[in-house]
Design a protein around this ligand. Structure first.
Ligand SMILES: [Zn+2]
Length: 408
């Protein structure tokens, strides 16, 4: 029998169809609710081809079609999330765990105070005990867990799966985080820097939605960042790309825990502002207090926030020249300061970034929530499973057992 190589076989046609479906799902994850006309434009297929793909995705329960906001055109939304995931946000003094079940539409959370003295061995035991408690309370079956996502408040080398020796999470240096936790929990573990997860959450559901190239800055006690380039987290050669907190912005500035002087984190983080106020004999307990006092007119607090914004602007202006992101999202507790910090970020960017015809990247404030790492874990697992949710449902925003911290 003679076969015609130019005609696609049934196998290659179904592979092509699957690739087109993946492309449509990925586009919906990036854009949120989208009309079929926009999907056709973005994916580069005809309206009738998109129509067929949407129908088949509707049959499999991955998407829904509903009246659009304008009332004129329908829009396609992702609805196909399934399974259970465990999200863990491991900080210097605080461990936040969450069991999220997309099957029962429930989320159970607990926060544990770790204190100042803890090491890797203690952390592993604390995480394991927390996961056990949350699974029991949620009633979720261990076997239904797709993955455990762990967000680490420390520079993380995703290639070697180790925390860089910065002393931020003591005792973890040199340990394979995924192997150590995976063995103890008996479940697959995926670890990443917490700012990378928060960037994914902003990109999927927040102020970064619809942008292909996003620079996310998380500024709370420390400063971290996550880079999304071409719709993917960018990690660089060793997995540590996007450490904006360790860009030197003042070579005479304070010493940083990484060993350099004047890193962004050492001069503009919440920790740095509290140290400066304490040294000036005007101590405050938290970054939130600094922001509240600045709003009430305290000049020292206003100056510190404005200077922090200027330093962030300096670091960002270098990043903008190198990467040219379409959007910058400022998240973390510092974002609650609004114009008190944003005005000086913007001014610094205006003065120190090359003027272009297409203009500056859009600068936005992120979602004002204390659980962005947890939400990012959820978004990342859904993307890996090639499914998703176009909108954050109410149950996912209001966990049982823990009052979610919202930035004012
Ligand atoms: Zn540093």
């Amino acid at each position: 029998m003679v076969t015609d190589d130019s005609a696609p076989s049934a196998g290659s046609q179904s592979a092509l169809r699957r690739a087109n479906e993946r492309n449509v799902l990925q586009t919906l994850r990036t854009l949120g609710p989208t009309s079929q006309a926009e999907l056709a434009r973005r994916v580069g297929l005809s309206r009738s081809a998109i129509n067929g793909i949407v129908r088949s995705l509707q049959d499999s329960g991955a998407v829904d079609v509903r009246p659009g906001a304008s009332g004129r055109e329908t829009e396609v939304v992702l609805v196909g999330a399934r399974g259970t995931l465990i999200a863990v946000d491991l900080g210097h003094q605080r461990l936040h765990g969450s069991v999220i079940s997309f099957d029962t539409e429930t989320r159970f959370d607990e926060v544990v105070d770790l204190g100042r003295e803890h090491d890797a061995q203690a952390d592993v035991s604390t995480v394991a005990a927390l996961v056990d408690r949350l699974l029991e309370r949620s009633g979720a079956d261990r076997d239904s867990v797709i993955r455990v996502c762990v967000g680490l408040h420390a520079p993380y080398e995703s290639l070697s799966r180790t925390i860089s020796p910065s002393g931020i999470l003591p005792g973890w240096e040199g340990l394979d985080v995924e192997a150590v936790l995976g063995e103890r929990l008996g479940m697959p573990v995926h670890a990443d820097n917490d700012a990378n997860f928060a960037a994914i959450a902003e990109w999927t559901w927040g102020a970064g939605r619809g942008s292909d190239d996003l620079l996310y800055v998380k500024s709370s006690n420390g400063i971290g960042s996550g880079l999304i380039i071409g719709g993917r987290i960018f990690r660089g050669a060793n997995g540590m790309a996007g450490e904006l907190g360790h860009v030197v912005v003042d070579d005479r500035g304070a010493l940083c825990n990484c060993g350099n002087r004047g890193c962004l984190s050492a001069v503009a983080s919440g920790r740095a502002l509290l140290l400066e106020l304490a040294a000036a004999g005007a101590p405050r307990d938290s970054l939130q207090d600094v922001i509240a006092d600045a709003r009430a007119g305290d000049l020292a607090c206003r100056r510190l926030l404005s200077e922090a914004g200027r330093y962030i602007g300096i670091a960002l202006s270098h990043a903008v020249k190198l990467i040219a992101p379409s959007r910058i999202v400022l998240g973390g507790e510092l974002s609650a300061a609004g114009p008190l910090v944003l005005d000086s970020v913007r001014q610094e960017l205006d003065e120190n970034t090359l003027q272009t015809i297409s203009g500056m990247p859009r600068l936005e404030l992120g979602l004002r929530r204390g659980d962005m790492c947890i939400l990012g874990c959820a978004a990342s697992v859904l993307a890996e499973e090639e499914t998703g949710l176009s909108e954050l449902p109410a149950w996912l925003l209001a966990p049982v057992g823990h009052r979610m911290k919202e930035y004012a």
